[in-house]
Write a protein of this length. Structure first.
Length: 505
């Protein structure tokens, strides 16, 4: 954008000389033609995107036909989880969890990167005013006398604006856009994973609380039994063996109680980390497996996961971005045209900068044709193609992973329900056996060893039933997350202005 320096007299003569209007027409025509060419639509060398075929069966491995229920993607988490304490914990986690906060900031980071790349589509226009004065000694001048020259300019211009004839800049813009959308989908996946983790941690605390209540009642009962047997031993009604067996039962229950207290503290700490705050007092209600009901879910078809699972959506966005990167790498083999131009005024005197006839312009198109670069462009193209193949494999793996998670959850739902029912029956049987063993011992028919064994089995059956209930509820939470629960009903991030929607499908 600079101008040539000349003697003071020559600059004054050039500034005063009339400039015909037609002298700027070629520059205007060339600039207008270049802009029209750039805006008329550039060719794209990116390969056409076609979604890979589903690398999974068309139906779930575990039969789910005839299952009625809600569609998980349109069922919001605050409608699926009805426990008020759990809903409050989830909301606190969504507000405070640091991992989720980082995921949301990653979205803003990707959005800023996209805006930076998108700016390359438009010329960067700058305005400036400058002035220079220079003195040339006489021994460096043909006239033998020192010469002082001056130049003042005020101009507006664009520097190195690339005409995107082969779609290089446009493909880079598309790649940045798809990376942004992939990050958005990734943040929704992190949000759903956090909700499932908080729900499962809450179930873990409630599970331990119920087992603790059972253990405390058992300890109290066995302490009473121990006191009774101590009196009976003191009067010689029972043997030392019977007394030690009662004490053994009490010690076992106390040991279990201590273990459960430690487990509860660990569960509460894990829950506090997830929600980013202390969870506060948690209810110790009646059997949570009986009072905490979750809605029945319909699994739908495997193909529905493509739009329901945010991780699959994110993988597809990354795959589309890889296709755009190939187009940008291919465009590097073709000539690049960059425009540099300015329009303003110039004068040898500062007071003549805006006088008549001081108009000045420059137009400098640059065409660069790559000839030899040691194989850099070829290697860059191969790199982008390999990354595309990696993105295809990752996309297919995300689908296979989702299919497996749903299949596992469906299979577990069936068998865990059966285990819970069987455990209920086992608990009834264990209680009856303990009652009968105690009666036989009181009547002198058996030794206390039989009562000891029956009491052990009863405590174990009570603990196992609680664990079976918790496992079934955890399975329902896992199924909700695996099916993309709430991803089509919760708030979505703002899409790019004038771009495709957040989902490629």
């Amino acid at each position: 954008m600079g101008a040539s320096h000349g003697p003071h007299a020559d600059a004054r003569t050039a500034a005063a000389a009339p400039r015909p209007r037609d002298s700027i027409l070629p520059w205007r025509h060339a600039l207008a033609a270049s802009i029209l060419l750039a805006l008329s639509g550039c060719a794209s060398l990116a390969p056409r995107y076609e979604a890979p075929r589903l690398p999974v069966p068309d139906a779930w491995l575990d039969s789910a036909q005839g299952v009625s229920g809600h569609a998980a993607p349109v069922l919001a988490w605050n409608d699926y989880f009805t426990d008020p304490v759990l809903k409050q914990l989830i909301q606190t986690a969504l507000d405070n969890n640091r991992d989720l906060r980082v995921a949301l900031l990653r979205v803003e980071e990707a959005r800023a990167s996209y805006r930076i790349q998108r700016a390359e589509l438009f010329p960067q226009v700058n305005a400036g005013v400058r002035g220079t004065r220079a003195r040339v000694p006489g021994d460096l001048n043909l006239s033998g006398s020192p010469v002082t020259s001056a130049e003042y300019r005020a101009e507006v211009g664009a520097s190195s604006w690339e005409l995107d004839l082969w779609g290089r800049v446009r493909n880079l813009d598309d790649s940045a856009l798809q990376q942004w959308l992939a990050t958005q989908a990734g943040s929704r996946a992190a949000r759903m994973a956090l909700i499932a983790q908080v729900a499962d941690a809450y179930l873990g605390v409630r599970d331990v609380d119920e087992r603790l209540a059972l253990a405390r009642r058992t300890v109290e009962t066995r302490q009473q039994t121990s006191r009774i047997f101590n009196r009976r031993f003191e009067v010689g009604a029972i043997s030392k063996l019977d007394l030690t067996q009662v004490q053994l039962l009490l010690n076992q229950a106390q040991t279990l109680l201590a273990q459960l207290e430690q487990a509860r503290a660990t569960q509460v700490h894990a829950l506090g980390l997830l929600i980013g705050a202390h969870p506060g007092p948690l209810p110790e209600a009646a059997p949570f497996g009986e009072t905490m009901e979750l809605a029945e879910l319909a699994p739908g078809l495997p193909s529905e996961l493509l739009t329901a699972r945010p991780d699959i959506v994110a993988a597809e966005h990354r795959l589309i971005a890889a296709h755009a990167d190939i187009g940008a790498a291919r465009a590097a083999f073709f000539p690049r045209i960059a425009l540099t131009g300015s329009l303003g005024t110039a004068s040898a005197e500062l007071d003549g900068l805006f006088s008549s006839g001081s108009r000045a312009w420059s137009f400098a198109p640059v065409i660069s044709l790559p000839i030899f670069d040691g194989g850099r462009r070829r290697a860059n193209l191969e790199l982008s193609e390999v990354r595309r193949d990696i993105a295809v494999a990752e996309y297919e793996k995300s689908i296979q992973t989702a299919f497996r998670e749903v299949s596992d959850a469906l299979s577990a739902r069936r068998w865990l329900t059966e285990q819970r029912d069987l455990q209920r029956t086992a608990l009834v049987t264990a209680r009856e056996r303990a009652r009968l063993a105690q009666l036989r011992y009181d009547n002198g028919s058996v030794a206390y060893l039989e009562v000891l064994d029956a009491q052990r089995e009863l405590l174990s059956a009570e603990q196992q039933l609680v664990q079976a209930r918790r496992a079934l509820l955890s399975n329902q939470v896992s199924l909700y997350a695996a099916l993309g629960g709430g991803t089509q009903s919760g708030p979505r991030s703002t899409a790019a202005p004038g771009s495709v929607s957040a989902s490629p499908r």
